[in-house]
Design a protein around this ligand. Structure first.
Ligand code: ADP
Length: 713
């Protein structure tokens, strides 16, 4: 029994619910994950756009400052070296740009004008001398990183452009942009408040920040970002922000200024949706599973209740009781209950019929005049009927379970088992029925008796059973013996009588002949006729005794068997019948005739009778007799065919009985012993004799003799 089979219906249904719901859950989780990935990708893509927008706002801011300075650089005041006018002009321009103050720097770094200081007051050397020198050399505008403003005492950005005069650079015009401008760029971007937005300079310093700008201004960006910025200008990666929040950072920097922006989406924010959905899913899963398990529990309970209700009726059914089933919870159980009820009804009817048939069978068995004994394959008695009890002198209780050999004398045990083995039905073959045989039984008292057995064996579902129908043949054997004795006596008597009658009969014939010969002239006609009739009767009596003697001799005087050439036998017979053949003008022919093992003199008698009858029972034409033989199986079939008067079918059996004749003595003389003798001879040789004939159209006598030697006479 497997583990699964041991689970209750409830457990099985719960398992089923779990198995059905789990794939749905897994599918939903998969969908969520897919959805999350898409959402995240969308967010990243949106943020990349935001970063680019931020970067371009930043660039615009710086470019605007640069444009203002470049316009101022072309001022005629500078050509005329009218610095006072330029101071006023520059101060005016501040109002239209994001620049905080503008300085004009002469080669060597001396400030000529600074809008942060009233014109005419002495000015220090510029704080961006190195950048100014580069611009004098390269003649290209430049944006500094975040530097420490010498005048403003705070981090600032310097945007500087060359003031050209022909091919040479005469001054450098520098404008200071304060980080507050970057804060504005950040706030103008209108990004969600949870995003950590950073604007960084070309050196990777924080120039603006959405969260705690004061704290992190001019500090290096988060270490992870700083490293990336050394390698690439754009990217998306996970990093920990300066304040220690894990974020997904999306950054981009300008190739020209080296300035850029980064937006950090806190991982918390990124996964918040997913976590929320997962929670919903988990709650839905718990609810669904709970619902599924609850339903499984309820339904399982109903099914199991119904099954439990059916157990008792099923048990009662097995005990053959009348069953009634009610209160089933569902359709199938009701149907099953009905089926059980119907089965119980059928069972009741069948069992009644079975009981009736069983009691009928039992009474047949018990009332049988033959003993019926059945044994199992271990040869132990399982059935012993009343006649068996009478025959063997014990009760059925005493006999049951005992070995069958208890009822057979010891010296026949071997023979019994050999007999069973010989008649054993093949494993898958037909059962054996009605094999008869003779044996000897052993009564409980120890006495033995002859018996005749009819044996059969049957292959029942619970094994092979052997049944012996036994008949006590003590009385039959006694009668048979008595009959045989009386037959012997009769034969002896017939033999003695016919033998002893021969001499007086011959004397009677002789005396009658003398009487006729010597006293014919002294006797009248009537006396002579009487003498003649006496002579005829004596001669017939003589023939009768002769035939009876021959018949009696068949049993009392058996001769040894020897190979006999039947052709020679028939030739001898033809010779013996020569006178008749001549007088009737008959023809006797033969086919090929075999040599058989037989008593020669008896074969001569056989053919003499059959051929003789063929010649005798013929009327109106010359007799024709043909003797032939053919081999069929292991027999020689002799046919003696004549063209005589034929025999009506109703007499075909009768004519083989002794003294049975179909004609009067005057019609066809005879004794009625010939065919009886033929039958006796043929049977003593293990053969058979019969006749085929159509009345008026001749007869065919058929004699079959076994070709094999043995079991004869
Ligand atoms: P029987 O001495 O009368 O010939 P059988 O025993 O030989 O005695 O024959 C019995 C009877 O069978 C005969 O009386 C005869 O009627 C009939 N029978 C025997 N052989 C033939 C035959 N070949 N054709 C016709 N009838 C026959």
């Amino acid at each position: 029994m497997t583990f699964r089979n041991k689970l209750s219906i409830r457990a099985n249904l719960t398992l089923l619910a779990a198995v059905c719901l789990t794939p749905a859950m897994i599918g939903a989780a998969g969908l969520l994950a897919y959805h999350y990935q898409r959402q995240r990708a969308q967010l990243v893509s949106d943020t990349v756009n935001d970063v680019h927008a931020l970067k371009s706002s930043l660039n615009t801011e710086l470019a605007a400052a640069q444009n203002t300075l470049e316009v101022l650089a072309t001022s005629p005041s500078l050509k005329n070296q009218d610095f006072s006018a330029f101071h006023a002009q520059a101060a005016l321009a501040l109002g239209y740009s994001a620049i905080n103050n503008i300085a004009l720097i002469a080669p060597g770094g001396q400030q000529m004008v600074n809008t942060a200081i009233p014109f005419g007051q002495p000015l220090p050397k510029t704080g961006v001398a190195a950048m100014a020198d580069r611009i004098f050399a390269t003649r290209q505008p430049e944006v500094s990183g975040l530097i420490s403003g010498a005048l403003l005492k705070q981090p600032v950005v310097s945007v500087a452009v060359p003031v050209r005069s022909g091919q040479s650079v005469t001054y450098v015009l520098s404008g200071v942009v304060l980080p507050t401008n970057f804060q504005k760029v950040i706030s103008n971007a209108n990004l969600p408040s949870d995003r950590i937005v950073v604007i960084f300079d070309k050196g990777g310093m924080v120039a603006g920040r959405s969260h705690e700008p004061e704290r992190f201004l001019s500090k290096s960006v988060a270490p992870g970002l700083a490293e990336r910025l050394k390698l690439v200008n754009d990217g998306v990666f996970e990093v920990v922000s300066l304040e220690g929040i894990p974020v997904l950072s999306i950054f981009s920097r300008s190739q020209t200024t080296g300035w850029g922006a980064a937006i950090g989406i806190p991982t918390e924010v990124l996964t918040a949706d997913l976590r929320r959905s997962m929670w919903y899913l988990a709650i839905a899963a718990v609810l669904l599973l709970g619902l599924g398990f609850g339903m499984a529990w309820l339904m399982g309970g109903r099914i199991s209740n119904a099954i439990h209700k059916l157990i008792q009726p099923a048990l009662e059914l097995s005990q053959g009781k009348a069953v009634s089933v009610s209160g089933m919870g569902f359709k199938e159980a009701v149907a099953l209950g009905k089926a059980i009820e119907q089965s119980s009804e059928v069972l009741a009817t069948t069992s009644n019929a079975l009981k009736t048939s069983e009691s009928r069978l039992r009474s047949i068995l018990q009332s049988a005049t033959d003993a019926i004994i059945t044994v199992d394959d271990q040869q132990q008695v399982v059935l012993f009927n009343a006649s068996a009890c009478n025959m063997f002198g014990c009760t059925a209780e005493e006999a049951l379970g005992r070995p069958i050999t208890d009822f057979i004398p010891q010296r026949f045990h071997q023979q019994h088992f050999a007999y069973l083995e010989e008649n054993r039905a093949p494993a898958e073959g037909p059962e054996v029925f009605g094999v008869t045989g003779a044996s000897t039984g052993l009564r409980s008292s120890g006495g033995e008796f002859p018996l005749e057995i009819s044996y059969s064996n049957v292959l029942a579902p619970d094994g092979v059973f052997h049944t012996f129908i036994v008949r006590d043949i003590t009385k039959r054997l006694q009668s048979l013996k008595a009959l045989e004795q009386s037959n012997l006596d009769l034969q002896q008597f017939a033999y003695v009588a016919s033998h002893d009658l021969k001499t007086p009969l011959r004397s009677i014939s002789g005396f009658v002949q003398i009487l006729e010969r010597n006293y014919a002239d002294k006797l009248d006609e009537k006396a002579l006729s009487l003498i003649q009739r006496t002579a005829q009767a004596a001669s017939r009596l003589e023939q009768l005794t002769e035939n009876m003697l021959s018949f009696a001799r068949l049993s009392s005087d058996p001769q040894p068997l020897e190979p006999v050439n039947t052709f020679e036998v028939v030739q001898e017979v033809i010779h013996l019948l020569d006178a008749v053949i001549q007088s009737t003008g008959a023809t006797v022919t033969t086919g090929d005739l075999p040599t058989v093992v037989a008593d020669r003199s008896q074969l001569v008698q056989l053919f003499l009778n059959l051929v003789g009858n063929g010649l005798k029972y013929c009327k109106g034409h010359a007799p024709l007799v043909h003797v032939s033989a053919e081999m069929k199986g292991n027999e020689w079939i002799f046919s003696i065919v004549d063209n005589g008067i034929g025999i009506e079918e109703k007499h075909h059996q009768k004519i083989f009985e002794i003294f049975k004749r179909l004609h009067s003595q005057s019609e066809y003389p005879g004794t009625g012993i010939g065919l009886a003798m033929c039958r006796r001879i043929v049977e003593r040789h293990g053969g058979k004799i019969s006749v085929q004939s159509t009345f008026g159209h001749g007869s065919t006598f058929i004699v079959s003799l076994p070709t094999k030697l043995g079991a004869l006479l």
